[in-house]
Design a protein around this ligand. Structure first.
Ligand SMILES: Cc1ncc(COP(=O)(O)O)c(C=O)c1O
Length: 401
């Protein structure tokens, strides 16, 4: 009998640990309250916000409430400065092309070398297809942009500076406040991709008055396929979608009311929990760093102090020549633990990470990035189990080499 109980206990223990999700920078599980609102709005509030009847008016009220919730999350004084998009990618594209398209002839854009592809690809398109000059600012070994480099890169024809707020692969938080000072002194607009930051650390566009800020719902426990671009009052953009007059003429297309409402609620809940949850995650994250500190194969990447609170990243120093970190991601997945080999959007193809290369890592090391990102459901037990499994996986692969 005793043996049966203990076998069951072990089975339960393994089962409980079959699902440890540590990939919250790729996407977060939508909160129960958010899913419930999504289904409620979808089934009950299907009116088109552009319609004059009460079905339409009701959904307009829902959209405007969400706009206020998003404005509150970043302390924007006017909810009308929030424009809903289909996600972080669209927000970033709209910021880059929406500003660039206001100019009659090609100008100059400054971005960093550690931007998400939703910024670097539009920037390269401007450069290769539309004759724009783009300066890609170098970063130091921690992934930080240097203010003096920004100052030196500014030209007469610089139209926009776009710097990521919190880097998704290595967790480094950029000195946006200081970079903004430089942009201001030179009278240039500054956009920041805050997709990884919103809901994780306080954002205040009155304290750090950036001109444009990108947000994404699925990084803060809302549904996928909805995002927002904050546009400071007085800043204008050339729309990228033409059609109806939605979003004050800045983005045509019938609003996705249920997604917008859910994003609004997710933002409100994230804001309510922010201080407490940030502290909790930071503590767990630091504990996981400590547990892995002695592991000879792992070297932390990014800034360990100015860092997203839920984020750990490493390169794996492998004794095997042809190694890449996807092997580890797969092995961890067999053990029921989801981690990432880098940014989500790049993890499908085998390419050295541009971010790690920009930070001075070798091409071999840039194939060996590993990212563990914690979330609301992560427990101390999850962290300790993950540290043990990861070390065992690495030992098994490398110890005999
Ligand atoms: C920093 C950053 N910007 C933009 C995006 C794209 O956001 P979305 O998936 O909402 O299009 C991501 C997604 O991984 C991201 O991490």
């Amino acid at each position: 009998m005793l043996i049966i109980i203990s076998v069951n206990l072990v089975a339960k223990f393994v089962q409980d640990h079959m699902q440890i999700y540590l990939d919250h920078s790729s996407t977060t599980p939508p909160r129960i309250e958010v899913v419930s609102l999504l289904s409620q709005v979808l089934s009950k509030y299907y009116g088109n916000p552009s319609s004059l009847h009460s079905w339409g008016k009701n959904t307009t009220t829902i959209v405007e409430k969400a706009r206020c919730q998003l404005a509150n999350l970043i302390n924007a004084p006017n909810p009308d400065s929030i424009l809903f998009t289909s996600g972080g990618t669209e927000s970033n594209n709209l910021a880059i092309f929406g500003i660039a398209d206001k100019y009659q002839k090609p100008g100059h854009l400054i971005i960093s070398n550690v931007e998400h592809s939703a910024i670097s690809q539009p920037a390269k398109t401007l450069m290769l297809e539309r004759g724009w000059d783009v300066t890609f600012l170098e970063v130091d070994h921690l992934g930080r942009v240097n203010c003096a480099d920004l100052q030196a890169a500014i030209r007469e024809d610089t139209a926009l500076i776009s710097i990521i707020f919190g880097q998704s692969e290595v967790g480094t938080i950029e000195p946006i406040g200081q970079l903004l000072e430089i942009a201001r002194q030179n009278n240039i607009l500054l956009h920041s991709d805050a997709v990884q930051v919103a809901g994780r650390i306080p954002l205040d566009v009155q304290k750090i008055p950036v001109d444009l800020l990108s947000l994404s719902s699925h990084k803060l426990y809302g549904p996928q396929g909805i995002g927002a671009l904050y546009i400071k009052e007085g800043v204008t953009l050339k729309p990228q979608l033409y059609g109806g007059p939605q979003e004050a003429g800045r983005r045509a297309g019938t609003e996705s009311v249920a997604l917008i409402a859910s994003f609004g609620l997710a933002a409100q809940l994230a804001q309510e929990d922010l201080i407490q949850e940030t502290k909790r995650l930071q503590k767990l994250r630091d504990h996981l760093f400590e547990l892995l500190a002695e592991c000879p194969y792992l070297e932390p990447t990014g800034d360990l102090d100015l860092r997203l609170p839920h984020h750990l990243s490493f390169i794996i120093n492998s004794p095997i020549d042809s190694f890449n970190s996807r092997t580890i991601v797969r092995q961890m997945d067999y053990a029921g633990i989801a981690i990432s080999a880098g940014s989500a959007c790049n993890s499908g193809k085998l390419m050295p990470s541009n971010v790690l290369l920009a930070m001075g890592y070798s091409p071999k090391q840039a194939l060996c990035g590993l990212r563990l990102t914690l979330g609301r459901q992560t427990t101390l037990e999850d962290i300790e189990w993950t540290a043990m499994v990861l070390q065992q996986v690495l030992e098994r692969l490398f110890a005999k080499v």
